[in-house]
Design a protein around this ligand. Structure first.
Ligand code: NAD
Length: 306
């Protein structure tokens, strides 16, 4: 299949580009490298360093005529979303509206859209969180990611586009940016390997659903053959606390420096883990990499990169 991956130079996007290439698909990447890196992009995929809002993006879609647009480009920081909500909405909401318009205009069959299980539901009323849980984001980022979902579903209703919307848990793994404000596994791994102390937000007992990135890539592979309209959580169904992450990473890296504690994060959901039975039933998808194994692989990759 001809697949256009937006955000394919980023953390998650680059792993699913690898999975698509390995499965023999014809893949191009559109990424403005605002947070992504050229070195993340598989050599077999052509990278266009272009913004999804740029005029040139339309020419790329018109020339390549993708069957599938896998849309992972985003302003992916909750913190930036809080300080600059208009920019956040322009990229995540407006950017997705543009993807949908171009997909319809140039005859794409399907959009695969990366949404956020950790933010669109807000503070869960019940756990694990199922897809029919009320949508009640507590951050601008959560709103803008959900706006993207609405545009994708609008394109399906009005123009017959197929879609898969994935609501991911918290991804971790190789290539995650350790210098950003999010991605506690990457941040702690880099600090521990550099012999620096880690700061845990609040008491560290907040529990979230941490998922190894190769399991996300596999879900995106299965989405190619999924039915015409699917919204599915992608996570482990297990809540892991930040204190547990600190402990597991300390063992894996040999860290002996005790953690510091800072204030809790504003806008942060305290506890969430996702019910993923729909992904299991519809896609035969289940996470295959345990948290401990994912941590080992991540630490190994960070050791090699530094
Ligand atoms: N990391 C997670 O735990 C997580 C959880 C839920 C959902 N998501 C979603 O998954 C996707 C990928 O997230 P990630 O963690 O890999 O983040 P990332 O920042 O590594 O990847 C985003 C990519 O999009 C690119 N990009 C940003 N704005 C762009 C624009 N205007 N035009 C073209 N390219 C642009 C960036 O350069 C980057 O390569 C995002 O849509 C994010 O909202 C991530």
């Amino acid at each position: 299949m001809r697949i256009l991956v937006t955000g394919g130079a980023g953390f998650i996007g680059s792993h699913l580009v690898d999975a698509y290439i390995e499965a023999g698909h014809d893949v191009i990447v559109v990424d403005n490298l605002s947070t992504g890196r050229r070195s993340n992009v598989n050599r077999a995929a052509k990278l266009y360093e272009v913004d999804i809002h740029a005029r040139e993006f339309e020419r790329i879609v018109a020339d390549f005529r993708p069957e599938i647009i896998n849309h992972h480009a985003a302003q992916s920081s909750v913190k930036i979303g809080q300080t600059d909500p208009v920019h956040d909405l322009e990229i995540n909401g407006g950017g997705t509206a543009r993807i949908c318009a171009l997909a319809i205009q140039y005859g794409a069959r399907k959009i695969i859209y990366a949404s956020s299980g950790g933010t669109v539901y807000g503070e869960p009323e019940r756990l694990p969180v199922t897809e029919d849980h009320p949508i009640a984001p507590r951050s601008n980022y959560g709103v803008s990611k959900y706006v993207g979902e609405l545009y994708v579903q609008l394109a399906a209703r009005t123009a017959g586009l197929e879609y898969t919307i994935f609501r991911y848990g918290n991804a971790f793994g190789p290539r995650q940016d350790p210098y950003g404000e999010a991605g506690v596994v990457a941040i702690f791994t880099a600090l521990m390997l550099a012999g620096q102390p880690c700061t845990i937000d609040g008491d560290g007992d907040q529990r979230k659903d941490y998922l190894y990135v190769s399991d996300i890539a596999r879900a995106n592979l299965l989405a190619l053959g999924a039915g015409p309209s699917l919204v599915a959580n992608i996570g482990t169904g297990i809540g892991t606390s930040v204190n547990e992450i600190f402990h597991t990473l300390s063992q894996a890296t040999g860290n002996t420096i005790p953690p510091r504690h800072g204030p809790p994060r504003p806008g942060d959901v305290r506890n969430f883990w996702l019910d993923c039975s729909r992904a299991r039933e519809v896609l035969s998808w289940e996470p295959q990499v345990s948290f401990a194994e994912g941590i080992r692989r991540t630490v190994d990759a960070f050791r090699t990169d530094t």
